[in-house]
Design a protein around this ligand. Sequence first.
Ligand SMILES: Cc1cc2nc3c(=O)[nH]c(=O)nc-3n(C[C@H](O)[C@H](O)[C@H](O)COP(=O)(O)OP(=O)(O)OC[C@H]3O[C@@H](n4cnc5c(N)ncnc54)[C@H](O)[C@@H]3O)c2cc1C
Length: 389
Amino acid sequence: MPRFPGVDYLQFDSLLTEQERLVRQTARQFVDDRVLPIIRDAFNNATFPQQLVREMADLGFLGANLEGYGCAGMNNVEYGLIMQELERGDSGLRSFASVQGALVMFPIHAYGSEEQKQRWLPKLQAGEAIGCFGLTEPGFGSNPSGMRTTAENRGSNWILNGEKTWITNGSIADVAIVWARTADGIRGFLVERGTRGYTTTDIHGKLSMRASVTSSLHFADCAIAGENQLPCAKGLKAALACLSQARFGIGWGVLGAAMDCYETARRYTLERKQFDDRPLASHQLVQEKLAWMITEISKAQLLAFHVAKLKDLGKVEAAHISMLKRNNVAIALEGARLSRDLLGANGIMDEYPIMRHMCNLETVKTYEGTEHIHTLVIGEKVTGIPAYR
Ligand SMILES: Cc1cc2nc3c(=O)[nH]c(=O)nc-3n(C[C@H](O)[C@H](O)[C@H](O)COP(=O)(O)OP(=O)(O)OC[C@H]3O[C@@H](n4cnc5c(N)ncnc54)[C@H](O)[C@@H]3O)c2cc1C
């Protein structure tokens, strides 16, 4: 398998600093050397390659854009480029890193007590502990404000009851960030694996995100100490702010899947010959598809880069990130379909990464706010009218 040369039609790399290119190269090499050789089997066998967690941690990939507590303190372009390369490997691996960094470390960093930060962040950054984020419930996906999981304050404890589902890393997590309804509104809690009344079950039968653990979390009179509440996480907006962090990473990540599909199709159509011994790439209809893919990838790169710059400046809005996530997932998914088409029958084979990316991207379209929901976020931003209900 030739090494991935990168995709750079518009001299995108000229926008990057030397350090940003170095970070990308480190992630690229990690994916080429450590992920690509094993990911097909991991996906086929529906196993998460957990042995890679410590390696990613050693490279500074976990919570990479957070400051302190052992975190790498990278800027948002560097962070995005890591997500891009990880998702070129597989969306499941990027999902792991997104959950760990943006949905577990970020809320502890942003809303936790100093004690919680000292206790968890260094371990999570080092890959010595794994985290998960429990927001979705069986009856509440796009509308988490309806959640039924409760946390009742009894003496010095909180008693949790309810169920979370579709939770990435659920059964392998040492700590779960759980969002629950209290007498004071929605709050976030840290629930440790092994706590009495807290159990997990894995979801089987997924045809997407097979190299990722997805579970349900069950709470039955689960008592946790008062100090396990995240003191500064007040209301659903705290949970949504975590999602903004993760969605930002997704907006970059899917570029990796899109690039892999594009590059696979470009190479394949140059090599495969049909009609008068001419390469597929010599036909206009084939070039039209490649032209669509490279144009959309190039536009999506610039969108991701600009949103990262806004984020570095503290000027990014949730609605900007909605545009990034919605657009980049959509073009990645469409690009995967075009790429599959260009490979003909071979396109359906697991020898090529396309169907794996395509199946994964169906999840990416749905989680962290569906395409519809991000459309409505953009609609609200430009009209002032919320149209969710
Ligand atoms: C593999 C995987 C991993 C996941 N990981 C996590 C995780 O770690 N933590 C977590 O908390 N959750 C996780 N999720 C859950 C994910 O966030 C939800 O699936 C998502 O929010 C959508 O909810 P839903 O599946 O209940 O779909 P629904 O909300 O039932 O939506 C179904 C369809 O209806 C549409 N729809 C809903 N409301 C509207 C509306 N107002 N207007 C227009 N259309 C609408 C949606 O866009 C969608 O097309 C994961 C999901 C998957 C598949």
